[in-house]
Design a protein around this ligand. Structure first.
Ligand code: HAM
Length: 495
């Protein structure tokens, strides 16, 4: 009864009109008072917080490298007719449990998953193929002309043990082709991965294998059971479990004792059914035709369960790597010091795979769609950037400013902002609008190595002119403000 208060509706104000309605008591029910949450404990931070382990900031000094990688990826994907797709970063956890496989390391140990306020089991996406397959079904892409070719680039999250080249947040560039089983498409996606590294001048080796279909894999798994069964005790602790749960992954293990054992293990290509063998042979023929060299590697099995038939990885080819003269890589904020050979080894550490992929003909159906053959790959961009950085090759920043706008006085400062906008579509421009002195501004212009500085002061504002200063020759000329943009454009074109 504590929350219920009775009030009389009768007005007590003088002169107030009498209500013609019968006077009835109004029942007001007070909402129950919610329990008061204790005030948040004061967070006493003595040191500045660091990013979570395995996560890193990408800084302006790396901008040039990242831009190059992203531009190469975008150019290749669009040249080959792939449409851009961006799926959500948060997904239902069940998508990956069903799509990637409940016994995989990614699902068992590495997903950042949580229950949200509404009780949904969500996770940060650990990979993109299952999400693309989901989107293919959700958006009815099977009604589009097949195959559907898609590409994406973005961050992914896996709670792995961080190492050089292995992060908990990393970026992938991926392409996927859905809706066509033809082996030429396996060769097409592989050719894109290879072309990317060629365009970046990174020597790589393609490792390829076929893991067959469910039928031939069943026969092969039995062969593995017979081979490893008597040797179980020699396996590492993780592989002892894998022997029971995911026998193919025994071939993937990098522990020395398991490496030794797998040398004598039966090879899946000896157990492929006719259809899978024919598919694989044709993929290899197409690669031969495109002059793409490959290593047949029976130990490539991939760590995600959705694969069948063709599987491949692209690894750095260090064999032909000459010790090139280390040159300075130019960046928008100055220079990136070249990485020394010792450091170079550390950039990738034990992480040799630059890209990986394969065919996944059953995934769409497994997620509730119609049977839809598909093939694709993903490339780890942190690893590519690390290799580019260590290569010491000169990288020209074609977005580096060529012109600097300097101003003196408040009226000129205002004009300078407008001028910056007027010029930016014609040529990369820089300015330092908050600076007052001309000397300080020209020093910045020098540091940015621009060819021309445009100077506007009080006098130029009054006379509707501007000064163009050739920073190399030290010559200045006064020009009509109305002709300024055209004049700068002409000068830049003349070099
Ligand atoms: P994945 O082999 O798990 O395949 O990853 C592809 C690439 O992402 C690897 O080769 C590696 O370069 C990079 N990568 C993976 N984990 C990390 C990490 N922790 N730190 C840095 N880089 C990493 C997939 O993700 C499949 N979705 C590929 C695919 C697409 N298959 C068919 N279509």
């Amino acid at each position: 009864m504590k929350n219920i208060v009775y009030m009389c509706s009768m007005s007590k104000k003088k002169g107030a009109k009498k209500s013609i309605k019968p006077k009835r008591p109004v029942l007001k029910v007070k909402a129950p008072v919610p329990p008061v949450a204790p005030p948040p404990e004061e967070v006493k931070i003595k040191e500045t917080p660091q990013p979570p382990r395995g996560m890193r900031d990408i800084m302006p000094s790396e901008e040039l490298l990242w831009n190059k990688v992203k531009e190469n990826a975008t150019k290749l994907a669009t040249a080959f007719g792939y449409g851009y797709i961006e799926t959500s970063i948060l997904e239902h956890k069940a998508l990956f449990v069903r799509g990637v496989g409940g016994t995989t390391d990614v699902v068992q140990k590495e997903m950042y998953s949580f229950k949200d306020q509404g009780g949904d089991e969500l996770c940060l996406r650990p990979e993109g193929t299952a999400a693309v397959a989901r989107a293919y079904i959700n958006h009815g892409m099977l009604n589009l002309p097949q195959p559907v070719k898609l590409w994406y680039l973005g961050p992914f999250f896996r709670r792995e043990r961080p190492q050089a080249g292995r992060y908990r947040q990393f970026h992938q560039w991926s392409v996927e082709i859905l809706g066509d089983p033809h082996p030429i498409l396996d060769a097409e996606v592989i050719s894109l991965a290879v072309a990317f590294f060629k365009d970046c001048d990174i020597p790589v080796t393609l490792e390829i294998n076929s893991i067959g279909c469910e039928q031939c894999r069943g026969v092969y798994k039995e062969e593995l059971r017979q081979f490893y069964g008597p040797k179980q005790e020699l396996l590492c602790e993780i592989c002892k479990v894998r022997f029971q749960t995911n026998r193919l992954r025994l071939l993937d293990c990098k522990e020395p004792q398991c490496e030794l054992l797998k040398e004598g293990a039966p090879q899946i290509t000896d157990f492929l059914c006719e259809g899978c063998r024919d598919h694989f042979m044709r993929v290899l023929e197409y690669l031969d035709e495109s002059a793409i060299p490959y290593n047949l590697n029976p130990h490539i099995v991939r760590g995600l369960d959705y694969y069948n038939r063709t599987v491949f990885e692209v690894v750095p080819d260090m064999s032909g790597r000459k010790e090139k003269e280390k040159e300075v890589v130019q960046g928008p904020e100055g220079t990136i010091p070249p990485v020394e050979p010792e450091e170079e080894k550390a950039t990738l550490g034990a992480q040799s795979s630059l890209a990986g992929g394969g065919r996944y003909d059953g995934l769409v159906e497994q997620l509730g769609g119609r049977p839809t053959p598909a093939v694709g790959f993903s490339m780890g961009l942190e690893r590519v950037v690390a290799l580019l950085k260590s290569s010491g090759k000169i990288m020209v920043n074609d977005r580096a400013p060529r012109v600097f706008v300097a101003q003196l006085g408040e009226a000129a400062r205002r004009k300078a902002l407008t001028l910056w906008h007027a010029l930016r579509s014609e040529v990369p421009v820089a300015a330092a609008l908050s600076k007052d002195g001309l000397k300080a501004q020209l020093e910045i212009a020098n540091r940015l190595q621009v060819r021309y500085a445009i100077i506007i002061g009080q006098k130029e504002i009054l006379e509707k002119t501007a000064i163009i200063r050739d920073m190399e020759a030290g010559i200045q000329e006064v020009i009509d403000y109305s002709k300024l943009v055209a004049a700068i454009k002409r000068k830049i074109a003349e070099g």
